[in-house]
Design a protein around this ligand. Structure first.
Ligand code: URP
Ligand code: ZN
Ligand code: ZN
Ligand code: ZN
Length: 490
């Protein structure tokens, strides 16, 4: 055979172009793009007729929590690398970047990395890479950043909230300055943790505890204040930052303003903030727990519109899932801790923060038809690959260079629209916050390094546990060499 696989007649979308092509694959790489139907009759082990449907580079989800220690003292990740990555490929995502979390009790960053290598070695279905969560940025820990980089970890995440993780501003500056020097990107969870704690105490005084008060406890001002502060801290040491999971349009405005002034500020949002509002938390009883994530879903449809606008206009660089899996009916951790005699509907502060979504991210967003196809690909595949140093191996279709990771969608009229329901999903979570939302598109096939790993119309999941490989990452594709920072220059 000349090729391992040939995709015929795709409406092939990259971050730059849309055009009708055939795609040939050899040795796990894109081998050739040719005019549509010109490879019909060529010799290949497998031929897939896309029938004119969209074909996109496999999804890159740069924000996934799997097998995390119960960091916030709240819950136990219900997905490990096996179930989380299985869910990813069933939803068209071929690469995930997960979090390796340093515990505050640890003075080194390396145990977190080893824990995650060991977890992933149990067998992933998709390719994966790690960000490192820094919760104790001692000098010794930060001295390990060059070593992390040599091991393919070129990004760290820090938090401005959560008792177990929150850093002071001086610690944030320490991280930013060292990360900058090593060409490492710093991701920042921007919510003011002290404001949150204070608001929570006020709600407790009034015994306002049910899940809906999760939203009340963290209004947009917590996010805008922390976003402003994160940008200012980045500016002081001239370090690039990425603000993760932005939920409030007012925070997006602040980011846009900084970007227009030329600061290297990148931003991420997630489907929680384009599909859910606080109404999801205002359901009776404990039900609202299903939409508890931080920052919270915002007030109204207008907020959702605001986030879509910033996806279109370029304020947001990437769209990730923030897949953070906890079972709703978790009688060992979340639910057990939250529901007490004093709080029969649950106490919002004990509900684990986060929603599952690695499988639904692409379908929900593509089906919404709110973004041009090239913009959709940029936000969900190419830009995360560029930002985190996986490009052009991932997020692109460059012959001889890019891995043959592809998502093949349905040609128009070939897919029956359906309502998302949790029993169709492949994660190990007992709910989805997107239950009942109708989608008109779902990946028909997912290919990882040339192998079909998802074939919706025949066997469904056909990938192999353990086929997923670790991807060592380079510095960001957008990394700029900056002059050394010197306090004497101020
Ligand atoms: O609620 C969220 N986002 N949980 C996941 C942890 C985080 O901060 O990303
Ligand atoms: Zn976060
Ligand atoms: Zn997260
Ligand atoms: Zn450099």
């Amino acid at each position: 055979h000349t090729f391992d696989c040939v995709i015929l007649d795709g409406n092939v979308v990259t971050a730059a172009d849309v055009g009708r092509y055939d795609i040939a694959i050899k040795d796990g790489k894109i081998a050739l793009l040719a005019p549509a139907n010109s490879l019909r009759g060529s010799s290949a082990k497998r031929i897939i007729d896309a029938e004119g449907a969209y074909v996109t580079p496999g999804g890159v989800d740069a924000h996934v929590h799997l097998a995390e220690p119960s960091l916030f003292g709240k819950g136990q990740s219900s997905d490990d690398y096996t179930s989380g990555s299985r869910s990813a490929i069933a939803g068209g995502t071929t690469t995930i970047i997960t979090f390796a979390a340093q515990l505050k009790s640890e003075t080194s960053l390396l145990p977190a990395l080893e824990r995650n290598f060991a977890e992933a070695a149990k067998g992933a279905y998709c390719d994966y890479s790690f960000h490192l969560i820094v919760s104790n940025p001692t000098k010794d820990a930060l001295d390990e950043l060059p070593l992390l980089k040599r091991r393919g970890v070129t990004s760290v995440k820090i938090y401005m909230t959560y008792e177990a993780l929150q850093l002071r501003d001086n610690q944030i500056l320490d991280v930013l300055l060292r990360a900058r020097a090593e060409g490492i990107t710093t991701m920042i969870h921007a919510e003011n943790g002290d404001m949150l704690q204070w608001m929570t105490e006020r709600l407790e005084e009034q015994k306002l505890l049910s899940p809906r008060y999760h939203v009340t406890s963290r209004p947009p001002i917590l996010e805008t204040e922390a976003t402003n502060r994160a940008i200012s801290l980045g500016q002081l040491v001239c370090a690039p930052i990425l603000i993760v999971h932005v939920s409030a349009p007012s925070a997006a405005e602040i980011i846009r303003n900084a970007q227009s002034l030329g600061h290297p500020v990148y931003a991420e949002t997630c489907p929680q903030y384009t599909f859910l509002t606080r109404a999801a938390l205002e359901k009776p009883g404990f039900e609202g727990a299903k939409a508890v994530c931080s920052p919270p879903p915002r007030n109204s449809e207008a907020d959702l519109e605001g986030i879509w606008t910033h996806l279109k206009n370029g304020t947001f660089t990437i769209l990730s899932s923030d897949h953070c899996p906890f079972n709703y009916d978790d009688t060992a951790f979340g639910k057990k801790a939250a529901i007490t005699c004093d709080a029969p509907d649950g106490h919002f502060k004990h509900i684990p923060n986060g929603c599952p979504g690695v499988e639904t991210r692409l379908s929900l967003t593509f089906s919404a038809k709110r973004l041009a196809p090239e913009r959709f690909v940029a936000l969900t595949s190419t830009n995360p690959a560029k930002l985190y140093g996986l490009y052009p191996r991932k997020g692109a279709l460059i012959p001889g260079v890019s891995d043959a990771d592809l998502t093949i969608w349905y040609p128009s009229g070939k897919m029956q629209p359906f309502s998302i329901s949790n029993d169709l999903l492949h994660h190990n979570v007992d709910y989805t916050p997107y239950e009942g939302i109708e989608v008109s598109q779902w990946p028909r096939y997912t290919l990882l390094r040339g192998e079909v790993v998802w074939d919706r119309d025949s066997s469904g999941l056909v990938g192999r546990q353990g086929f997923g490989q670790f991807c060592a990452r380079e510095s960001s594709f957008w990394h700029e060499d900056l002059p050394d920072w010197d306090v004497a220059n101020y």
